[in-house]
Write a protein that binds this ligand. Structure first.
Ligand code: HEC
Length: 127
């Protein structure tokens, strides 16, 4: 085995380790994303809401991380009295935002049924 091959192998091994560490870091950063509904203690309605959230909202709003993505984080959205924008954090207000959208957020009024909206809000209360 020549030296070139050996350093190549070491490089590959190091890359694999770095990738593994990065994956673990990402998983540790947001462990809730990997947990099952049962592990998170979600009831049936909240679990239905979680599926809707992951499909429609998660691309723009972090559910479990206090970091903004394309929109403000939804972590702890109902735990405080006010939304990041200063609006009161109440089901009817948040529901209106979801149905009507915002300048940089699509409206979901044509997409979600009233039941789906309720499921979504129920899940968001667990964040
Ligand atoms: C394409 C990206 C995008 C998607 C998808 C999206 N949002 Fe948003 N959302 C935003 C942005 C950006 C804002 C900030 C307001 C603005 O700049 O228009 C926002 C604002 C909000 C707010 C108001 C926060 C405040 O402080 O007033 C709520 C609540 C919200 N989004 C919930 C949701 C939910 C629930 C979904 C899924 C049904 C969703 N959003 C889907 C981008 C998105």
């Amino acid at each position: 085995m020549n030296v070139g091959n050996r350093s190549g192998q070491i490089f590959l091994a190091c890359s694999a380790i770095v990738m593994l560490l990065m994956f673990l870091l990402a998983a540790c950063d947001q462990p809730e994303r990997l947990r099952s509904n049962a592990e998170l203690g979600l009831n049936e309605q909240q679990a239905r809401g979680r599926a809707i959230y992951d499909l429609r909202c998660a691309a723009c709003h972090e559910p479990y991380r206090k970091k903004d993505l394309n929109g403000p984080t939804m972590s702890g959205v109902f735990k405080k009295s006010y939304l990041p924008s200063g609006m009161v954090a109440r089901d009817d207000r948040v529901g209106d935002i979801i149905l009507m959208g915002k300048p940089k957020m699509p409206a979901f009024g044509d997409v979600l049924t009233q039941q789906q909206l309720q499921d979504l809000l129920a899940y968001m209360h667990t964040l």
